[in-house]
Design a protein around this ligand. Structure first.
Ligand code: PXG
Length: 459
């Protein structure tokens, strides 16, 4: 056992010396010391200092079925013993890969009979965008290459994913590729001004139309959008947004890619975010909750209208990864989908989400620093504001969110801060008692934050 072999290891020093972390200011990390997570069960994490922490984020939005599920461990172990690896190149396949593709086609929205596998959300996004371009090239429109996304959109951290996304710091730091553009996100709370949410939803969608006119529809391959922008701050579009995007993509002959990496597999109380919003995608990218995060796996759903071209006309499609359709990941994913189904976790997300929001609203709705509590299913956000009447943000965006996040961790709750927006997406197995605990800890942390910054809040 790792525990037995490594007692007495100085984890902080070794980590600082050798481990380069994702999305981390290393100088700051080394000053503070890294937190070592050692085990987990249900919705709780344990760290090396003996703290028990409620994981209000389900890892990074992924641990839908909760930690410590022996069924998943056993499914992976069985497959590991029988066939730990083989690839899907050279006219071969493996049993779990076929079964998972079949199962995914069954739960997908109508018209998605084909699934391509990769390892991460970033690879899925890369695959979807390549597929869109190959589709247009195959049908004689190679100049359709541009991809339109949104500001605050997150589509991964490869150079393509970062280029498709609208995280300006990523573009500034690592550069971005040509043929990508971003438009206004449907973030009513932050960008809606005096418009009603419904008016703003249409307005934001029509920014996509304006960008299409500017670039020229004959040069655009696809629009890419998350049904709800997760990493951007759980930005929930007004009801008017997605129907208008459907219309715009259809009228301009542009493929619609729904990036379901966070929304997929039940989080919104539907199998996919596209089901919830009535989005009509041509491609859907998924990952995260597909395996509840236990192993890396992503799946790109290809609609029949695109698949027919790629299957019948493209010839060899020069694309794929060593681990595409990895049998162990697929065996685990199959069991994970079975658990989500048999335990009714998709329906639970709707019901628990309603309870969670009602309790948060009762506890924090009147709080002078809480501008909005929003959510669908078990994904949500709490806007911290300097003036709730005017939806004014604090000076130096992100400072108050960070204070609140640190109080949360001190109090035993993981809740992330995106700018000054507190975001949450607990495991779908969260119980009623755990929801009560979540609300108590969130309120305590927000109250402590308020004590620190209340001079800046207009009441
Ligand atoms: N698309 C979306 C919508 C995502 O949320 C990716 C693609 C990329 O997936 P991979 O597996 O390549 O990371 C994501 C990932 C955060 C956070 O802090 C969000 C993600 C990843 C890491 C951190 O909110 N989303």
């Amino acid at each position: 056992m790792l525990d037995d072999l490594n007692l007495g290891v100085d984890w902080q020093t070794l980590d600082a010396a050798h481990h380069f972390h994702p999305f981390t200011d290393h100088k700051e990390l080394h000053e503070q010391g890294v937190r070592l997570i050692t085990s987990a069960e249900g919705v709780y994490l344990h760290d090396s200092k003996g703290n028990k922490i409620m994981d209000g984020m389900a890892g990074l939005w992924c641990v839908a079925a909760g930690y410590g599920r022996q069924e998943l461990v056993e499914a992976a172990t069985r497959q590991m013993t029988k066939l730990p690896y083989y690839n899907a190149f050279f006219k071969t396949t493996t049993e779990p890969t076929v079964l998972l593709a079949t199962k995914l086609a069954e739960i997908a929205p109508e018209g998605f009979e084909h699934v391509f596998f990769a390892c991460s959300g970033s690879e899925a996004v890369d695959s979807a965008i390549r597929s869109a371009r190959v589709y247009w090239k195959t049908i004689g429109k190679p100049e359709k290459r541009f991809v339109i996304g949104r500001e605050y959109g997150y589509h991964g951290s490869t150079i393509l994913g970062a280029s498709a996304g609208g995280m300006k710091d990523m573009h500034r730091q690592g550069g971005d590729l040509p043929y990508f553009a971003q438009v206004l996100p449907p973030y009513w709370y932050g960008k809606g001004g005096q418009m009603s949410p419904e008016e703003f939803g249409l307005y934001a969608a029509r920014q996509v139309e304006a960008k299409i006119k500017e670039i020229g529809a004959d040069k655009i391959a696809a629009f890419i959008g998350e049904p709800i922008q997760g990493a951007g701050g759980v930005l929930i579009p007004p009801s008017t947004y997605w129907p208008e995007i459907n219309r715009i993509c259809k009228e301009n002959d542009i493929l619609l890619i729904a990036d379901e990496v966070i929304c997929g597999y039940g989080r919104l109380g539907t199998w996919f975010g596209s089901d919830y919003f009535g989005i009509k995608p041509d491609l859907m990218t998924t990952a995260k909750a597909l395996t509840s995060g236990y192993l890396p796996l992503s799946a790109v759903f290809v609609h029949d209208r695109v698949a027919e071209v790629l299957v019948n006309e493209t010839g060899e499609y020069y694309h794929g990864f060593t681990y595409s359709g990895h049998p162990v990941s697929c065996a685990l994913a199959l069991k994970n989908i079975e658990l989500i189904e048999s335990e009714g976790l998709v329906q639970a997300a709707t019901q628990k989400g309603e309870v969670l929001r009602a309790k948060l609203t009762a506890a924090l709705g009147d709080h002078p620093m809480v501008g909005e509590i929003r959510g669908i299913g078990l994904i949500g956000a709490i806007e911290l504001t300097a003036d709730k009447r005017t939806r004014k943000f604090f000076e130096k965006n992100g400072r108050v969110g960070t204070i609140c996040r640190d109080f949360c961790i001190e109090n035993g709750l993981i809740m992330r801060a995106v700018r000054d927006t507190m975001v949450f997406s607990p495991p779908l197995i969260i119980s009623d008692a755990e929801i009560d605990e979540f609300v108590v800890l969130a309120k305590k942390s927000i109250d402590q934050t308020y004590e620190k910054v209340k001079d800046e809040v207009t009441v």
